[in-house]
Design a binder for this molecule. Structure first.
Ligand code: XMP
Length: 322
C-alpha cells in the first residue's frame, strides 16, 4: 500500500539496480524536485553521487545557503558549489528583454554546469548517469513545473556535448508533487525545502523588470524576504501556490519616507492560487498581512517607496511579469 516509506524503499532499490557501481551526477536548483531526487539517489548509492549547485545569484535571500548548508547537513551529499553570480550578472548587463534574459541565463547555466560535470568526469571516469527530478505530470505533458526537470526543459542540459552524454536517472517519474513532498519529508529534508513554492529557473532575473544588476537583486531579495516571512508568520504558506515579488526597476514614483521626499521604485506583490500554474487566480490575502508586508518593505528597504498588489487572474495575466 501507498506510504512514503514504501515509495522510498522501491525508489532506492530501483536506483541501485539501474546505477550499479557507476558514478552519478545531479544538478541542484534549490527547488523541491531536484532536492528530493538527489536525496533519494544519495540514500540509494551514497558516495557514488556528486551534486552540482550552480549559484547564479538569482535565488531568493537565504536559498543558496539552504542548499549549501541545510541540504548537505540533512543528506550528507557530496556537493560541488559553483559561485557564478558575477558571471550571470555580467552576462545580463544591459539586457531588458524577457526572452533574451531567459536565453542568456539558460546559456550560462549550461556552460557552467558543463564545466563542473567535466571536472567531475575527469576525476571519476565512470560517470554514466545524470539525475533529473522529472515528475509524472512532466512525463505526461512535458513542460511546467520547477526544479530539476527544468534543468532540462529550461536550461537544456539535454543539449550537453557528445562527450558528456549521460543516461538519465529519474526517481520521481511516477510521482505527483504532493507525493514528492511526502517523500522529501520521509527522507528528513527540512520543511523549508520540502514546502518551497515553485520558483522559475531564471529566478529573480525575470522578476526585475528592466536590467538585472547586483544592487537591484539585493533590493528585490530584501523585499521578497519580507513578503515571504510575513506569509509564513501568518501561517498562509500552503494557501498560496506562489508569491512572486516583482521590482519595477525602471519605474520611479514620489514618496515621503523618514525625513523627506523620495523618488523610489515600486514593488508588486503577486500572490496567486493555482492547481498547476496553467491558470491562476490572485490570492485574497488578509488585509492585515498585506498591510504588514507593505509597511515593513517601505520601512526596511530604502529604495522602495510603494507596494502594489496585482489583482489579475491568469489568463489574461501570467503569474510572472516577464
Ligand atoms: P507564467 O508566468 O507563464 O508561469 O504564468 C507559469 C509557471 O511557470 C513558472 N515559470 C518558469 N519556470 N523557467 C521556469 O523554470 C521559466 O523561464 C519560467 N517562466 C515561468 C512560473 O513561476 C509559474 O510557476
Amino acid at each position: 500500500d501507498w506510504t512514503a516509506a514504501n515509495i522510498v524503499d522501491d525508489a532506492v532499490a530501483a536506483v541501485r539496480e539501474q546505477v550499479g557501481d557507476k558514478q552519478v551526477i545531479c544538478g541542484l536548483s534549490g527547488g523541491v524536485d531536484s532536492a528530493v531526487a538527489a536525496a533519494l539517489v544519495q540514500k540509494a548509492v551514497g558516495d557514488q553521487l556528486t551534486c552540482v549547485f550552480v549559484d547564479h545569484g538569482l535565488l531568493r535571500s537565504g536559498e543558496a545557503e539552504q542548499v549549501k548548508r541545510d541540504f548537505v547537513a540533512a543528506t550528507g551529499v557530496d556537493l560541488v558549489v559553483v559561485d557564478a553570480a558575477d558571471q550571470f550578472v555580467g552576462a545580463l548587463a544591459g539586457v531588458t528583454d524577457p526572452e533574451t534574459k531567459r536565453k542568456i541565463i539558460g546559456r550560462e547555466f549550461i556552460r557552467t554546469f558543463e564545466a563542473a560535470a567535466r571536472d567531475i568526469t575527469r576525476s571519476a571516469a565512470d560517470v554514466e548517469f545524470l539525475v533529473q527530478g522529472t515528475l509524472y505530470p512532466d512525463v505526461v505533458e512535458s513542460g511546467g513545473g520547477e526544479g530539476a526537470a527544468n534543468i532540462k526543459s529550461h536550461h537544456n542540459v539535454g543539449g550537453l556535448p557528445d562527450d558528456l552524454q549521460f543516461a538519465l536517472v529519474e526517481p520521481l517519474r511516477t510521482l505527483f508533487k504532493d507525493e514528492v513532498r511526502a517523500v522529501g519529508a520521509q527522507l528528513g529534508l527540512p520543511a523549508e525545502i520540502v514546502w518551497r513554492h515553485p520558483f522559475p529557473g531564471p529566478g529573480l532575473g525575470i522578476r526585475i523588470i528592466g536590467e538585472v544588476t547586483r544592487e537591484r537583486l539585493t533590493i528585490l531579495q530584501q523585499a521578497d524576504a519580507i513578503a515571504r516571512a510575513e506569509l509564513t508568520a501568518a501561517g498562509l504558506d500552503r494557501d498560496v501556490w506562489q508569491f512572486p515579488v516583482v521590482l519595477l526597476a525602471d519605474v520611479r514614483s514620489v514618496g515621503v519616507q523618514g525625513d523627506g521626499r523620495t523618488y523610489g521604485h515600486p514593488v508588486v506583490l503577486r500572490p496567486v492560487s493555482s492547481e498547476d500554474a496553467m491558470t491562476a487566480d490572485w490570492s485574497r490575502l488578509p488585509y492585515e498581512v498585506l498591510e504588514k508586508i507593505s509597511t515593513r518593505i517601505t520601512n526596511e528597504v530604502r529604495e522602495v517607496n510603494r507596494v502594489v498588489l496585482d489583482i489579475t487572474s491568469k489568463p489574461p495575466g501570467t503569474i510572472e511579469w516577464e
